[in-house]
Design a protein around this ligand. Structure first.
Ligand SMILES: C[S@@+](CC[C@H](N)C(=O)[O-])C[C@H]1O[C@@H](n2cnc3c(N)ncnc32)[C@H](O)[C@@H]1O
Length: 345
């Protein structure tokens, strides 16, 4: 057996990215976020490895090294939120808004891992006519990394969702290739969730029917019970309006007088049962179940994000929706992690 490879996850959230890396046998040793709710979920599901709740825009890595005795690590992963890199001419200004990205760079500089994986929104590659992308590549190239970037679509890797994410991968003295799509037939929303009941069930209740797809068999494989399946009781008007929208439809399917009852372009969208889902949100209540007159439960969202059923979300329901919606789908992360492992061979 090869040496166990370790990783640090920065901005780890509830742990979607980490979990994908763990799925292929990589070992989390340390994770940081400044949101305790997400860290509670992270710790519950990834009990091996330390975590720290702190602001990454203002961090002393020497202290982390000392306090947590983290002397070296093979891989650094993470997704610094990019609220906006501020640009001045042909460079990114050093201001508070890109401090979070800079902290990722500082960790890579300090630990000099063999590989880093930094994920972000797809348009990070194009903003400022590519200035941000070029600047990111330049920062890591200056640290001795050979850097590649690509936008991947989650449904190409068995995730029942067309979420797209940009990944920058840097390698020191080695070769990395992005994973090829691994599925021919994309997993659909109904294959992902049609075994979950219409109504709420108490945490820890047994499944109410047998699995109906290979995806469900996979999701249930380490779980005998359902968690996080509490439904939302919408008011009568909301239920009536959404009942008029067909599977896969949206506000355009409503009578004209109801079409602008919500002022967002994704309003009154029902997921399509026979396709991968559109990108699920963090609980804005605009995406409804393809059949039931309610938004998906946290568990249904977790299935759509490719979290297995034994991955349990803690804290309030609002917080759980945000934790799930923020995550990198574990199966997408696992596809990248598999290629990261090859770098060490
Ligand atoms: C997109 S989410 C990460 C999702 C995570 N990679 C996953 O796959 O589950 C971004 C995370 O950055 C965290 N964050 C935002 N600002 C931060 C800061 N200043 N210091 C530390 N963490 C921060 C948020 O709390 C959030 O959990």
């Amino acid at each position: 057996m090869g040496k166990e490879r370790t990783f640090i996850d920065l901005f780890c959230g509830a742990g979607g990215l980490s979990y994908g890396f763990e799925m292929v046998g990589l070992k989390p040793v340390f994770a940081i976020d400044n949101w305790q709710d997400a860290l509670d979920t992270y710790n519950y599901n990834n009990p091996n490895g330390a975590t720290l709740c702190t602001d990454l825009s203002n961090i002393d890595i020497n202290k982390i090294d000392k306090d947590f005795n983290i002397k070296s690590v093979d891989i650094i992963i993470g997704g610094p939120p990019c609220q906006g890199f501020s640009l001045a001419g042909k460079r990114i200004i050093d201001d508070v808004r890109n401090k979070l990205y800079k902290s990722f760079v500082s960790f890579v500089d300090y630990y000099s891992p063999k590989v880093f994986v930094m994920e972000n929104v797809p348009n990070i590659l194009s903003i400022g006519e590519g200035l941000v992308r070029k600047s990111i590549v330049a920062d890591f190239t200056a640290l001795g990394y050979s850097v590649q970037y690509k936008v991947l679509t989650a449904s190409d890797y068995g995730v029942p969702q067309n979420r797209r994410r940009a990944f920058f991968v840097g390698v020191k003295d080695g070769a990395f290739s992005f994973p090829e799509p691994s599925v021919k037939d994309k997993v659909t929303v109904s294959q992902a969730i049609n075994d979950l009941p219409e109504n709420s069930i108490d945490d820890g209740s047994p499944y109410t029917c047998r699995e109906k797809s290979n995806y469900q068999r996979w999701a249930r494989s380490d779980s005998a019970r359902i968690f996080n399946h509490e439904t939302t009781n919408h008011n009568e008007k909301t239920q009536r309006i959404i009942s008029l929208v067909p599977d896969g439809g949206n506000y355009k399917d409503l009578p004209v007088e109801l079409q602008d009852t919500r002022k967002v372009h994704i309003a009154w969208t029902r997921l399509s049962s026979n396709k991968p889902s559109i990108t699920i949100d963090t609980g804005h209540r605009h995406h409804f179940h393809y059949r039931y007159n309610r938004i998906p439960t946290v568990r249904e969202c977790a299935r759509i994000q490719s979290f297995p059923d034994n991955y349990i979300f803690l804290k309030s329901r609002t917080s759980q929706y945000k934790q799930v919606g923020n995550a990198v789908p574990p199966l997408m992360a696992a596809a990248i992690a598999e290629e990261v492992k090859n770098v060490f061979q």
